[in-house]
Design a binder for this molecule. Structure first.
Ligand code: SF4
Length: 251
């Protein structure tokens, strides 16, 4: 019985990846300025800019930044003030400081070449595991799992994952699921597909399930729980204050 359940899950996981890759190739985004390149510098720059910022806002910044700093050595050699002024208006300025520090680390510690393995890349300033996985997938074709906010939402809904994704146990479960879903081939289309699905169909409010490739197997859609999943942060219990009044009266 256990073996049947495990094989059903495995089938569901491989169906998820296959559908996602097919959908991305036909309906996903292919013309973003940082696509169609294997240049890790350009991919890294776009991934950092896209953290907390929408694609349409990022595009003009991305082009201007590349004109000023065409490669990682140019960025590493630039004064930090110049980097900050190119970033002005994009917000979350820690990203720009880390970008500059990261460029210097890549030049000084890695000879100006972005590391191929996820762990070495994730150890650099401003790059977490998910960003490192995206960079290595797009630049080098590495099979590695991404798990940003959009991907958590897609997985929680498609697989009916209960619990707040910020809780360590739920996050662990999501990382395991994300790793188990990785296809053997087409990692670029798969990774881009997860990003595209979360950004264009499986949005936070009003997901467009009617055009989603996962519709037939999505737990949230099937059970009408798209507004419930992923679950919100649990409210802290309001501390209850009790006071006791001691009386000397005897009854
Ligand atoms: S069917 Fe709807 S809820 Fe499910 S993954 Fe697609 S868009 Fe998201």
């Amino acid at each position: 019985m256990k073996r049947i359940v495990v094989s059903a899950i495995a089938q569901q996981e491989s169906a998820f990846s296959e559908r996602l890759i097919d959908w991305q190739k036909q309906h996903g985004r292919h013309q973003l300025p940082w696509q169609q390149t294997r240049d890790a510098y350009r991919i890294w720059l776009s991934e950092i800019m896209l953290q907390q910022t929408q694609v349409t806002t990022v595009i003009p910044y991305y082009h201007r930044f590349l004109q000023q700093f065409p490669d990682v050595r140019a960025l590493a050699a630039a004064p930090v003030d110049q980097v900050m002024s190119q970033w002005a208006g994009l917000g979350y300025y820690t990203r720009a400081r880390n970008l500059h520090r990261c460029a210097q680390a890549i030049v000084q510690q890695h000879g100006g070449v972005f590391p191929v393995d996820v762990e070495s890349l994730a150890a650099l300033p401003g790059i977490g595991l998910s960003t490192a996985a995206a960079i290595t997938a797009f630049a080098y074709g590495t099979r590695a799992a991404i798990l940003d906010g959009n991907v958590k939402r897609v997985l929680c809904r498609a697989f009916g994952i209960e619990g707040f994704p910020g809780q360590p146990a739920v996050e662990r479960q999501l990382w395991q699921l994300a790793a188990s879903l990785l296809p053997e081939q087409d990692i670029e289309a798969y990774t881009q597909g997860l990003m595209d699905l979360g950004a264009t169909l499986c949005t936070r409010t009003r997901p467009r399930c009617e055009t989603c490739p996962m519709q037939a197997r999505c737990i949230a859609h099937e059970t009408n729980r798209t507004s419930e999943l992923p679950m919100r942060r649990p409210k802290k219990a309001t501390p209850e204050k009790r006071s006791y009044c001691w009386s000397n009266d005897r009854r």
